[in-house]
Design a protein around this ligand. Structure first.
Ligand SMILES: NC(=O)c1ccc[n+]([C@@H]2O[C@H](COP(=O)([O-])OP(=O)(O)OC[C@H]3O[C@@H](n4cnc5c(N)ncnc54)[C@H](O)[C@@H]3O)[C@@H](O)[C@H]2O)c1
Length: 261
């Protein structure tokens, strides 16, 4: 079991879904958590639940597109926990649109959160890691859509390819500082995000019934079932701990066997 005791970890998009599951598990391992989300109330509920279970957590409302807010999130983490050891850039949004219908506005809506938000998070965390000394870890949430382009998710896929690229570039840029950057690529995870994607498939006439798109995609996993948020906990624990110290620039597929790269 990796030793995460007192490791200071901030997770964006941790108010629900994959981020919340990772946060609760790492807090149970003894890490000190910052639960960050654009929906402050969701972040507060997750932090309250962690504290009720005997863990350490603060909640911060943050929009990852807003550099000043991201800076505040990191500063509040350092104030509450003493330092920042790991930042999970996990916040993300999905939008389902047929390729020819994607507008400039749609492009910016999706990529501003999923790609620019990750760049800002990485930059602000890396500044703090360098000022502190002793290295640090970036863990980004990419996707199977960071390795394959999907219809009707072209702009979402492009934003996740960007996450993989940012992960590789930062690994090359900051290895000399002892800073690692890796990414997790989930497959089809039962979270509120997939409800939005599933609705989008129905709205565009690609599927008819609820969960049809979810079931269709999940059927591609050789392990024979869709993912639950908890399926991402093991890799998150590994990437947050010293067990992954000699690994950087990697984007790990944790998708039940959907995409082999
Ligand atoms: N669910 C899946 O099947 C799946 C698959 C691959 C990758 N992912 C990625 O995993 C990550 C988490 O997804 P999820 O399924 O848990 O989604 P989710 O919608 O359940 O949770 C995402 C969280 O991010 C928050 N958020 C959205 N925009 C934000 C912003 N601008 N600033 C701060 N917080 C913001 C939301 O409020 C929400 O709490 C995302 O990056 C997503 O793209 C999900």
């Amino acid at each position: 079991m990796p030793d995460l005791k007192d490791r200071c970890i901030a997770i964006t998009g941790a108010g629900r879904g994959i981020g919340a599951a990772i946060a609760r598990a790492l807090a149970a391992d003894g890490a000190r958590l910052t639960i960050a989300d654009i929906t402050g109330e969701d972040a507060r509920q997750v932090a309250d639940a962690i504290r009720a279970e005997g863990g350490t957590a603060i909640a911060v409302a943050v929009d990852v597109r807003d550099r000043a807010a991201v800076r505040r999130m990191i500063d509040e983490t350092v104030k509450a926990h003493g330092r920042l050891d790991v930042l999970f850039n996990n916040a993300g949004i999905a939008q389902t649109k047929p390729f020819l219908d994607i507008t400039e506005e749609d492009w910016h809506t999706v990529t501003d959160v999923n790609a620019l938000g990750v760049l800002i998070g990485m930059q602000e965390a890396i500044k703090t890691f360098r000022a502190q000394g002793g290295g640090g870890k970036i863990v980004n949430t990419a996707s199977i859509a960071g390795k394959q382009g999907y219809e009707p998710l072209a702009h979402y896929s492009a934003s996740k390819f960007a996450v993989v690229a940012l992960t590789q570039a930062a690994a090359r840029a900051f290895g000399k500082d002892g800073i690692t950057a890796n990414a997790i690529c989930p497959g089809v995870v039962a979270t509120p995000m997939w409800k939005i994607i599933d609705q989008g498939f129905r709205d565009t006439g690609l599927t008819r019934t609820e969960n049809e798109a979810f079931d269709m995609f999940a059927a591609g996993a050789v392990l024979g079932r869709p993912s639950a948020p908890e399926d991402l906990v093991g890799v998150a624990r590994f990437l947050a701990s010293s067990d992954s110290d000699f690994m950087t620039g990697q984007s790990l597929m944790v998708d039940g066997g959907m995409v082999f790269v």
